[in-house]
Design a protein around this ligand. Sequence first.
Ligand SMILES: Cc1ncc(COP(=O)(O)O)c(C=O)c1O
Length: 400
Amino acid sequence: MPFLSAALDRVKPSATIAVTDKARRLKAEGRNVIGLGAGEPDFDTPANIKLAAVHAVEAGKTKYTAVDGIPELKQAIIAKFQRDNELTYQPNQIIVGTGGKQVLYNALMATINPGDEVVIPAPYWVSYPEMVALAGGEPVPVICTAEFGFKLQPEALERAITPKTKWIILNSPSNPTGAAYTRAELKALTDVLVKHPHVWIMTDDMYEHLIYDEFEFTTPAQVEPKLFDRTLTVNGVSKAYCMTGWRIGYAGGPAQLIKAMATIQSQSTSNPSSISQWAAVEALNGPQGFIKANNKVFKQRRDIVVAMLNQASGIDCPRPEGAFYVYPSCAGAIGKTTPSGKKLETDEDFVSELLEAEGVAVVQGSAFGLGPAFRISYATKTADLEEACKRIQRFCGSLR
Ligand SMILES: Cc1ncc(COP(=O)(O)O)c(C=O)c1O
């Protein structure tokens, strides 16, 4: 449609939202559907955090705030970065946005010129390449296979960097694979980046707290302080604090970059919700014990899902370190035929036939840049997960 902007030709709608919508539609038609597509915890926001929001409303903290966040939240973020990541920021090096998504988007909008390249390890979170393209840049996906735990290898990073590279986006633990870099693995990557001073590092640490089996989380600027002045460390309260709907994300980075991001925010959305900001202060400063309790449940679910999927014919499911996703390969099912006579040529076929035949909604790996595979979010009731895995086993067993 000529009325719409050319920029729109550069972006695709989110595949994860599309799957969730389709599952919702089938449910509305009366089908028994288990949705494993959405990336949000099924746990409720902890009561103390909800109460902080109620108090904020009652105290009249319902007006515009500073565009880049209230001073109290900036202080809570500064304390969090110090406590968890050994990173020291000043208030002018911190920005709060409407979700981690807006923070990432503003950073790209504030820095990308036409033709600038952004290195993105694949499988990637669906929004990275789309945001880069919308900002006028060139996403440069680098395939990271299951053989290497879906992790970027230093040689592959070295090969991907060109004079036009502006950013590399790192995401650990990862959406969609759950893979997380050890300190040594991260150091091998930062050693490469130290040699390329024109490349900046955008690290998306959204799943920092969702790690299992005593895994130790680290972030690039912590592992290699030489990169501090060209690293944007992005985080948020959505996942670990079960606050996806509250829309609070934040970042620490060089003051000039933060200021540029705030300028964009000031002319688009202004401050994130004042009430949500006060809730986020409580999230970061308040008791953290529930995260461990939630992680115990997530770990149990991960182990159930990995074990059950590996019993499904043609499926190979690695056991990831963190987040609440698994990323099994369905290569063994490709080329086979369903009882209804449909030949599965791609992972998209696999996902769509699975939804039709068994009412299980997952997202095809090709949407995340590496297939044939699919992503399961296990942030869903354990009983539903077990039932979904049984159905996947039955579906795979029915293929000929
Ligand atoms: C890797 C990753 N980064 C960022 C986000 C965005 O988080 P928020 O809800 O805070 O915008 C998500 C949410 O799905 C995510 O998976």
